[in-house]
Design a protein around this ligand. Structure first.
Ligand SMILES: CC(C)(COP(=O)(O)OP(=O)(O)OC[C@H]1O[C@@H](n2cnc3c(N)ncnc32)[C@H](O)[C@@H]1OP(=O)(O)O)[C@@H](O)C(=O)NCCC(=O)NCCS
Length: 191
């Protein structure tokens, strides 16, 4: 499955993407505000394996896309970042083991862009496409995202994607041994 935007193709990862993924995922600048990284080569290989497994899961719990430029120029088609949508479970297991629907679907979006591609609007374009996919194709009711309060670029991406700041979540993520607050952003789908 691919998503297309004016400048980008969002496509599934393959094992051949290792070098491109590891180039940006091993950059300490990218992991300053997230729980993972900087990636070792094994971390990047494990990430690609998890992406392949995710595509085969039934029901599917996540959609992780390689962000690639589609302009045909040098580097087009190579991953310059990642955008993903993780779905919350839509069925609840009761004490007796029976499962029941737990309401309309919700999910969480996240993204990274290689540092040499920052400031060109790519994260906003990719996040907006995935939000549109979540509402339009998957029929989700609500999509949220979190970022660390100091991550002004990410907060700006979420605002430009139409998300609204709802709350500050204290000690929400353990990042390299420190519990960090998060800002919770969300958007509801068409009624
Ligand atoms: C956050 C990130 C994805 C943004 O990617 P990007 O492609 O540069 O984002 P965009 O170009 O679409 O938009 C960035 C916006 O933030 C703004 N911005 C950038 N740095 C900023 C800063 N220090 N303070 C305030 N705004 C900032 C830009 O000006 C732009 O807004 P504008 O269009 O109104 O001018 C990228 O910086 C990144 O990968 N960071 C590391 C990983 C990460 O933090 N991911 C998010 C985890 S919550």
């Amino acid at each position: 499955m691919e998503l297309h935007t004016p400048r980008l193709t969002l496509r599934p990862y393959s094992a051949e993407d290792f070098a491109a993924v590891h180039r940006f995922a091993s950059d300490p600048q990218l992991s300053a505000y997230v729980e993972w990284g900087p990636n070792t080569p094994q971390d990047s290989r494990d990430f690609l394996v998890s992406c392949l497994a995710e595509g085969q899961a039934d029901p599917r719990a996540a959609y992780t896309f390689a962000i690639t430029r589609s302009d045909g120029g040098e580097g087009a088609g190579e991953p310059i970042g990642t955008v993903g949508l993780t779905l919350d479970p839509t069925r609840r297991t009761d004490n007796d083991g029976a499962t029941t629907p737990a309401g309309p679907g919700t999910g969480e979006v996240g993204y990274v862009i290689a540092a040499d591609q920052w400031g060109r609007g790519y994260a906003t374009e990719a996040a907006a496409a995935v939000v549109g996919f979540g509402f339009g194709v998957l029929g989700l009711e609500r999509i949220r995202a979190t970022c660390r309060p100091a991550n002004a670029a990410s907060a700006r991406v979420l605002e430009k994607t139409g998300m609204v700041l709802e709350a500050r979540l204290p000690a929400h993520k353990l990042i390299r041994g420190r519990w960090e607050d998060s800002l919770l952003y969300a958007i509801s789908g068409p009624a």
